[in-house]
Design a protein around this ligand. Structure first.
Ligand SMILES: Nc1ncnc2c1ncn2[C@@H]1O[C@H](COP(=O)(O)O)[C@@H](OP(=O)(O)O)[C@H]1O
Ligand SMILES: [Mg+2]
Length: 294
């Protein structure tokens, strides 16, 4: 179960508190970790939406790079300001993909609290006009959450999609478990790099593939009941799945490696190349079917 380690202190901000983008900065400082994750995903999402509108889609490469950079910088500045003693693992850091198993040691490996962020997931889709399958990921890993630590907060923002209240959609760790849907199993897969075994898996299970961009969007499709499972293999990093997995676990979903072993975060090597997120009642069937194909 996902839990939050930092609680919001009581009290109201004074009128002299600095106002940051419509929110009083002291208010933000008082948010608990889960509310802060949601706030940060929202702020980064607003910046990305504005960038997309302002820059346009004529040069997709430039738009991808600008999106990655703008969101990363916004999030790092906010984390430095509001969570100054915590470590950060972001896709856009220079050494983000470095394996620290031997030799150098990253500061995050000795930290008790690490924010694992993907400033722009589904970068390819972000650069394609009209597509809404891209996301912002914010997760918190805490050492105290288990023998290998664990995820204690998470938010996945989908800035180009709107919720029931008309505002950009952000899923957190308190989403309800969706009702089961009759019919063939709907398996969300990467639209550009699906695992090689997926066509056979689909055939073996009489399932349907639902291709879409962004790991966060695919996990959220499971959490909201638009898909029954998300299967990935062949490459990914901790930031691609940390926040989505926190959201999925909070909604009572199954989340593991495709061999059924646990997903571990803040590891020396940030590669986390495969995962299965699904409705819990489908986990055994899916793990067995995948195992037969590996
Ligand atoms: N084989 C692979 N190796 C490394 N990263 C991969 C990968 N397949 C997917 N990913 C990453 O997982 C995220 C979701 O991918 P997809 O949309 O194809 O499902 C993307 O993150 P980014 O957009 O943050 O780079 C993508 O880069
Ligand atoms: Mg990503």
């Amino acid at each position: 179960m996902v839990r939050s380690g930092r609680r919001a202190p009581a009290g109201r901000p004074s009128t002299s508190d600095k106002v940051v983008d419509g929110k009083v900065s002291d208010d933000i400082d008082r948010l608990d970790d889960q509310a802060f994750a949601r706030w940060l995903a929202g702020r980064a999402g607003e910046a990305l939406t504005a960038l997309r509108a302002g820059q346009g889609f004529a040069d997709p490469r430039a738009l991808k790079d600008a999106g990655d950079q703008a969101s990363h910088e916004l999030m790092l500045a906010a984390l430095a300001r509001y969570r100054p003693t915590d470590a950060v693992l972001s896709e856009e850091q220079a050494d983000s993909r470095q394996d620290f198993s031997t030799g150098d040691r990253a500061a995050r490996l000795d930290a008790d609290r690490v924010w694992i962020i993907d400033p722009l997931d589904g970068t390819r889709e972000f650069s394609e006009e009209g597509r809404t399958d891209w996301a912002v990921h914010v997760a918190l890993w805490e050492r105290s959450a288990g023998p290998d630590g664990g995820l204690t907060a998470g938010a996945v923002g989908m800035p180009a999609r709107t919720g029931a209240d008309g505002t950009p959609l952000i899923l957190g760790t308190g989403e309800p478990t969706p009702a089961a849907v009759d019919g063939p199993l709907r398996i969300a897969v990467s639209r550009s790099r699906p695992p090689a075994f997926v066509p056979q898996l689909i055939e073996d299970l009489g399932a349907q593939a639902v291709p879409m961009g962004s790991a966060g969007v695919k996990v959220c499709a499971v959490v909201t009941g638009q898909a029954d499972a998300y299967v990935h293999a062949g490459g990914q990093y901790e930031w691609d799945s940390a926040a989505p997995v926190a959201v999925a676990l909070g909604a009572g979903m199954h989340a593991s490696r495709i061999d059924g072993s646990p997903l571990r975060y803040n590891a020396a090597n940030p590669r986390l190349p495969d995962l299965l997120v699904c409705r819990p009642e489908q986990a055994e069937q899916l793990l067995k079917a995948i195992d037969r194909l590996l």
